[in-house]
Design a protein around this ligand. Structure first.
Ligand SMILES: [Zn+2]
Ligand SMILES: [Zn+2]
Length: 155
């Protein structure tokens, strides 16, 4: 098993993966994908971006980008398996982490955090269930919002 990170493919892998899906590694697609690479590098918990957020950030690199180009490219990258998809609540988010995983969503700041819940699938498998896809969404307060919240119980 290669030891390189599986979260964000190297640039070469990016171009190859696009080609395998009949897509060219255009400047637009690179700029859009690099928004995720940068976000994942800064904080993997923040690497879940709505199309509008990607548009605003990619436009800094490539001012001629149109909203339609960004929306189309995100769909193509998700279809090619380079980005994951997280459906609402709230706007659909694209995920730099394409490995199977689940999410914790903070009810205050709405950030998504990746969580591993492998034992759920393993337990089901042991009971004879064949899990084909899964997405568990846990909700509550992230550490930052929990420590900012009033610790006194209400009522
Ligand atoms: Zn929070
Ligand atoms: Zn995620």
């Amino acid at each position: 098993m290669p030891s390189r990170s599986t979260t964000v493919p190297a640039d070469l892998g990016f171009a190859q993966l696009l080609r395998a899906n009949g897509l060219r590694a255009t400047a637009q697609r690179r700029a859009i994908y690099s928004v995720f690479a940068d976000a994942a590098e800064a904080d993997s918990a923040n690497a879940h971006l709505s199309a509008e957020e990607v548009f605003q950030q990619a436009r800094v690199q490539l001012p001629e980008l149109s909203r339609a180009t960004v929306y189309n490219a995100l769909g193509e990258l998700a279809e090619a398996g380079l980005l994951g998809l997280v459906e609402g609540p709230g706007p659909r988010r694209y995920d730099a982490n394409v490995m199977p995983h689940h999410h914790f969503r903070c009810r205050v700041c709405h950030q998504l955090h990746d969580v591993e819940l492998d034992h759920v699938e393993v337990t089901l498998h042991e009971r004879g269930f064949m899990v084909q896809s899964s997405h568990v969404l846990l909700e509550g307060l992230c550490p930052t919002c929990a420590s900012a919240a009033d610790p006194a119980p209400a009522g």
